[in-house]
Ligand binder design. Sequence first.
Ligand code: COA
Length: 293
Amino acid sequence: MNDLQTAPRPAVLARQSFIEMSARERAAALLDPEGQREVLGPFDGLQSPWLPRQGIVPQSDDGVVVLRGRLGGRDAVVAALEGRFQGGSIGEVCGAKIAAALELALRDCEAGRPVLPVLLLETGGVRLQEANLGLAVIAEIQSAVVALRRHVPVVAAIAGLVGCFGGMSLVAGLCSHIVITRQARLGMNGPEVIEQEAGVEELDAADRQLVWSLIGGEQRVATGLADALVDDDAAQVREQVLGFALGAPSEARSAQVSIWRARIDALAANEDLSPKALREAWETPRRAQGDKP
Ligand code: COA
């Protein structure tokens, strides 16, 4: 054997990239290996009736994979969005699949059979080609998340590269915990949308360093809008999701109104904040509220 064959493998090569996985692979990597079952899979042929009418080839799972199985030995359901199909956008069918999966988990929770829900969000938000139907179904997903989190932690993971935008960023905000990678972005409007609507002087969407410093995973964790920063490593994503899903329930971020009000008040005096200044401006109210740094 030569030196190269015996040299220890760098940690980065030992990792299995989560970002490079398809939605189906991500969901499977997250759950315990035994007893996984796909609900409404591609062979059920439940696809968007609206895309073909607009000259777009539909996909037989409409870009979402729902897997039932177990997480750390507990009953669980994972809904994973496929960022490579229409930017992971939410149309009528894929949105209804997610909402129904969460509502069934809620029914089980209410009957005393807890099911741990996990959302793998990789989405440009409402599917522009399905407009109001997408909006309506996102509202159903939001209601289900709020109802479920009274019973079990609802965990979202945002891996990248699409990120999580639009109405689905509100879904993420309602979840009990958000796990995010450095590569992911989380925000209401996409950078291109902001540039298009407000002009390049407001935001240059081509300036990737600026975009990630504003809405990237590291900044979102530093400012308390996401809970855990993980590497692009399937094992690390699973471990962190498992930690939150099996952990004690905590007050949801969207219920912490006084903390967020104090942070926004602290911003009022700072008109033109850099990403670094934003982190510093929020430190004072965070400490005063006893929040973790
Ligand atoms: N509806 C339909 N298609 C969408 C979409 C949406 N909401 N978001 C993204 N896509 C599509 C894009 O049109 C593109 O399709 P194409 O490959 O056929 O051209 C594909 O997904 C990838 O998007 P792209 O913009 O090329 O990738 P990116 O990594 O540069 O940017 C986003 C990804 C999500 C940041 C960007 O697409 C974006 O800003 N989308 C809008 C986000 C938003 O503001 N949503 C609010 C909707 S209410």
